[in-house]
Design a protein around this ligand. Structure first.
Ligand SMILES: CC(C)(COP(=O)(O)OP(=O)(O)OC[C@H]1O[C@@H](n2cnc3c(N)ncnc32)[C@H](O)[C@@H]1OP(=O)(O)O)[C@@H](O)C(=O)NCCC(=O)NCCS
Length: 178
């Protein structure tokens, strides 16, 4: 087995249908079937980081899409990280870290802060990369106005200087809001 890998970043619009199909299939594999079409939709329309092997097989993926957060009277431009996964047989080899470093660079250069909703498996990796669990309240600006979300798992933030005394209200979307 070759260990040579290559990382590429590309906007959704630049990816061929076969690239997108491979990334969608990787999600089913890595999340063991627990990844919906809505979850996939949440990771489209932004920049993807993809790691391929020398044969062009997709090994790892993540994407960052733009969202807005209302916080303490400000509307912040958020790079929201979605669809992070490594092919199960290539996990714990640093590929997830490569994907995250690429996405973090994009967040640093293009957004006010990064936000993601971690899986149990991903949380340690994100902590090691400087992501921090949001200690304050969360909610959303939904179709009916502001909705508090007291039962939501805390999101993780990157490069943020927010005041936990004020809630973090994220924009609305179909499916899981965070
Ligand atoms: C979470 C996930 C993306 C991590 O991907 P990965 O490619 O295994 O990530 P890395 O290899 O960079 O790091 C994972 C661990 O392996 C360790 N590691 C990295 N290179 C290593 C190596 N050569 N040898 C041994 N361990 C290594 C890292 O230190 C890290 O350890 P930690 O979990 O104790 O912090 C992957 O487990 C996955 O796809 N999970 C299922 C889907 C999922 O939950 N995605 C996250 C959604 S938020």
């Amino acid at each position: 087995m070759t260990t040579q890998t290559a990382l590429r970043t590309a906007h959704t619009a630049e990816l061929a249908p076969a690239d997108l199909a491979a990334a969608r299939a990787l999600m089913d594999l890595a999340f063991d079937g627990d990844f919906s079409d809505e979850d996939w939709d949440h990771g489209l329309g932004g920049l993807h980081a993809l790691v391929h092997d020398a044969d062009g097989e997709l090994l790892a993926h993540g994407s960052v899409v733009q969202r807005r957060v209302l916080h303490n009277g400000r509307s912040l431009r958020v790079g929201y990280v979605e669809a992070v996964a490594t092919r199960p047989d290539r996990q714990r080899q640093g590929l997830g870290a490569q994907v995250m470093s690429a996405l973090e660079g994009i967040v640093e250069r293009a957004y006010d802060l990064g936000v993601l909703s971690p899986s149990e498996e991903g949380e340690k990796l994100y902590l090691a990369h400087g992501w921090r669990t949001w200690p304050g309240l969360v909610g959303t600006l939904g179709p009916e106005g502001v909705e508090e979300m007291p039962d939501e798992d805390a999101p993780m933030l990157y490069g943020a200087d927010l005041d936990p005394a004020h809630p973090l209200l994220i924009d609305w979307r179909d499916g899981d809001v965070f």
